[in-house]
Design a protein around this ligand. Structure first.
Ligand code: GAL
Length: 806
């Protein structure tokens, strides 16, 4: 086609498309699903809404993905049977999604599918023809499908397959993130085609550079891009129109200036948008909006991480991507709920362990002010799992990395990349080569952010050069070796890329209280006294001390913020029915464990914390030693049992535990009242908490995180179901079954109780309480109205709660 004809065709098509609005983006949520690859079958399809996780409704089974392995990372030398390692849910196997897409014209249009993640080994077929394959289930990818389409109805099929032993945790299954269909003019900004850089950031002004890629040009056309930068209020704060002849494959660069920029920070997450209109030889072809922030990141030797020139310590958590009872199916409201809880705890950073996050998570971090470390891999070319990512690494790693870097490099919340987690290449003499190659890809695609890697083999990485090559050496655990690592490494900085791995079950307390690693109990739970951890790890207090004592420690990312499906350590070796983690600061039902207040007492410097444990309902333990711990931001407190003082405790440096917790280890249980009075630094009474032994269970009680939901069919409310006695005291020992009914302007979504051994389905509206609590998640419909949640249990007064859907 000669250039003139091409331009004319492109222009007429663009004009046609413009009539309906340039660049259309349609979210493809209605699909049919089946659990095999027989996409030509007419029967046996199930209607589903994407994001969808085909395995989350179970049933749980010990036989699901049994793994006979030695976890070398954990010091295991012989293999053993790991049960529940990937959640005990049926994620292994084949899945197939189909739907139609209707196309009214092909003339001068481009159609692109954008998958934010498909678990896994995705083959995309349009009208029976394979248009793309993308193996890594966590990667977002796009594929152009124009050539496979015809005018009218087109069949779209996505084939997925999850192999056994392909993961160390529950990966989810299916089209668990959004799928979009983009309709574009022949000349357009491709997916993730804009890079925004801020080469100078000052209080007076910031330089903003926009690098826009264009697809569909031949070379030689006159390209004009008009860009307006708007602030959060929608006001144009900078604008520029540039015109030039297109040079093949060179991004179109524009330089703008924003006066007195509002800098992005956790406290004030200011965002801007760059809205670009693209004209080719005078005709409008595309309009594209990129959201970004203005801020600087910098790592200074011996000091740490600086955001906008200000020293910040990461008070971070690692998060797996599952949303507990909702599975891997991404939901913005569920993510917001997680982040809201974490923010109240004082957390300021997230590590997306060990894979690319959902776009929704990163966008929320932009909006809510969390700093994010994005990490793509748990495996490079050497296997951790028999069928893990190592099978694809050599061929796909660069493509996966580039997709991730392009996807998230404009998000101000993203402040660092991590190229891997505890990869076995750490041990290899030439492992540093691979590490350096991956780091170079980051630097090439994004020269603005530092790169790290989560390393746990301290001996190896300090001597073989592996740790020395990263911008930031990230150590997983081994807090007692930070100083040595700092002394031996050239960077003069250390990041606690993964910390703690303390294990506990909400509301479970074992006696006697014993501090130590790898403790196992007959009930398959871990103690809520927060003194149990893994052989390679430690209690939170050790990391708090390091953060205070080591000026060159950049902070930490706790393993983990929330419990997740799979990895039921320490009950992982033939210990069914355990199938979900106990590492979380918050349990699988999104209910805070005691540990939440321990972190809050140190991390939340805005609002005081005073929390007392354990609960005080121990019939049969009368007269027995029942230690009382207090997690508080105040320096000291006095404990009263039934009005009798048990003495004042003051935080001190005798041990890390005494430095961060107030402990009365000799208290003997007697029913009644536990009262804690906290004193401030001047010794003045500052706050008080009372915990009472409850009477007989009398009624259910409901509370909810939000009273108003959006009528968008996707919004969620988390309803906490508890039991109280007649006086309203919580009964923390109740385990009876609760039924949930939802009526009106919404529906039941899921239920969870946080018990890592529970085999009850998340998808049925009934479940047993775990230590007096469970969470029912309810969703809004797409029409306004009132949503009514009712909970009932045999022998208890039922409870009802109303939520407005608007
Ligand atoms: C780390 C690993 C995490 C998780 C954790 C449990 O070594 O990076 O993915 O397995 O141990 O303690």
């Amino acid at each position: 086609m000669n250039r003139l004809l091409f331009t004319l065709l492109a222009l007429s098509a663009a004009v046609a498309l413009h009539a309906q609005g340039l660049r259309r983006e349609e979210t493809l949520s209605d699909w049919q699903f089946r659990n095999d690859h027989d996409f030509e079958q007419t029967d046996g399809w199930q209607s589903v809404t994407v994001p969808h996780d085909w395995a989350i409704c179970g049933p749980f089974s010990r036989e699901n993905d049994l793994q006979e392995v030695a976890v070398i990372q954990n010091g295991e030398t012989a293999s053993s049977l790991k049960t529940g390692r990937t959640g005990g849910l049926p994620y292994v196997g084949k899945g197939c999604y189909r739907r139609t897409i209707s196309v009214d014209t092909l003339a001068g249009r481009r159609y692109v599918l954008l998958f934010d993640g498909a678990m896994s080994e995705a083959r995309v077929l349009v009208n029976g023809r394979e248009v793309c394959f993308w193996p890594y289930g966590y990667s977002a990818f796009s594929c152009e499908i124009t050539r496979a389409l015809h005018v009218g109805e087109n069949q779209l099929v996505v084939l997925l397959e999850n192999r056994p032993q392909s993961s160390r945790w529950y990966p989810g299954a299916g089209l668990y993130r959004e799928v979009k269909l983009l309709t574009l003019a022949p000349v357009h900004v491709p997916v993730w085609g804009v890079q925004v850089l801020t080469p100078y950031v000052g209080a007076d002004y910031a330089s903003v550079t926009l690098r826009t890629k264009l697809d569909g040009l031949k070379g030689g056309e006159t390209v004009e891009i008009e860009t307006a930068v708007r602030n959060a209020a929608g006001e144009v704060v900078a604008a520029k129109t540039n015109r030039r002849n297109w040079v093949y494959d060179t991004p179109f660069e524009q330089h703008l200036t924003v006066e007195h920029p509002a800098l992005w920070s956790p406290e004030s997450p200011a965002l801007y948008t760059a809205e670009s209109t693209v004209r080719i030889d005078g005709v409008e072809m595309d309009r594209h909006t990129t959201r970004f922030g203005i801020r600087t990141v910098e790592v200074r030797a011996d000091k740490g991480f600086f955001l906008n020139g200000e020293l910040r310590r990461f008070k971070g958590v690692c998060l797996h991507h599952d949303l507990g009872p909702l599975g891997a199916a991404v939901n913005r409201a569920a993510l917001r709920h997680q982040l809201t809880m974490l923010r109240d705890m004082g957390c300021n950073a997230i590590r997306t362990s060990h894979n690319m996050p959902a776009e929704e998570l990163v966008e929320l971090c932009d909006e809510m002010g969390f700093m994010v470390m994005v990490e793509p891999f748990d495996e490079w070319d050497v296997a951790k799992c028999a069928n893990g990512y190592h099978r694809y690494f050599r061929e796909w790693a660069e493509r996966d990395m580039v997709a991730m870097l392009h996807h998230f490099r404009n998000n101000p919340s993203v402040v660092m990349w991590s190229v891997g987690n505890e990869v076995p290449s750490q041990w290899e003499a030439d492992g540093y080569r691979m590490a350096s190659w991956l780091q170079e890809i980051c630097h090439r695609e994004d020269p603005t952010r530092p790169v790290t890697c989560g390393m746990d083999q301290v001996d190896a990485v300090l001597s073989n050069g592996f740790a020395a090559i990263f911008d930031v050496p990230g150590l997983n655990y081994r807090v007692h070796r930070y100083r040595e690592a700092y002394d031996r490494l050239p960077q003069s900085i250390i990041l606690g890329s993964e910390t703690a791995s303390t294990v506990s079950s909400r509301g479970v307390y074992h006696f006697p209280v014993e501090y130590g690693p790898d403790r196992l109990h007959d009930d398959h739970q871990s103690s809520g006294y927060d003194v149990e951890f893994c052989g390679w790890s430690n209690v939170p207090d050790d990391d708090f001390a390091a953060a205070e004592d080591l000026p060159w420690l950049m902070g930490q990312f706790v393993w983990t913020g929330f419990d997740y499906l799979g990895e039921p350590t320490p009950y992982h070796t033939d210990a069914w029915p355990n199938h979900s983690s106990m590492f979380g600061i918050i349990d699988l039902a999104s209910l805070p464990k005691d540990r939440y207040w321990l972190y809050r007492s140190v991390w939340n410097t805005e609002s005081p914390t005073l929390h007392v444990l354990p609960h005080w309902n121990w019939p049969g333990r009368e007269g027995e030693i029942t230690p009382v711990y207090v997690y508080t931001s105040y320096p000291s407190a006095e404990l009263f049992i039934n009005g009798r003082s048990q003495g004042i405790r003051t935080k001190n440096r005798n041990s890390n535990l005494e430095r961060y917790r107030l402990m009365w280890n000799e208290v003997r249980y007697e029913p009644g009242e536990v009262r804690v009075v906290a004193y401030d630094a001047e010794g003045r009474q500052a706050a008080e908490r009372i915990v009472r032994t409850p009477g007989k269970p009398w009624a259910l009680r409901l509370s909810v995180d939000r009273k108003t939901l959006a009528a968008d069919g996707r919004d969620l409310a988390y309803v906490t179901v508890g039991v109280v006695d007649r006086a309203g005291n919580p009964v923390p020992t109740e385990h009876r079954e609760v039924r949930i009914e939802v009526a009106g302007a919404g529906h039941f979504r899921a239920v969870a109780n946080g018990d890592p051994t529970s085999l009850e389905s998340f998808c049925e509206p009934h479940m047993h309480l775990f230590n007096g609590l469970l969470t029912a998640i309810v969703g809004s419909g797409d029409r306004p109205g009132e949503l009514v949640v009712k909970a009932s249990a045999r022998g208890l007064k039922s409870a009802e709660l109303r939520i407005s859907v608007q």
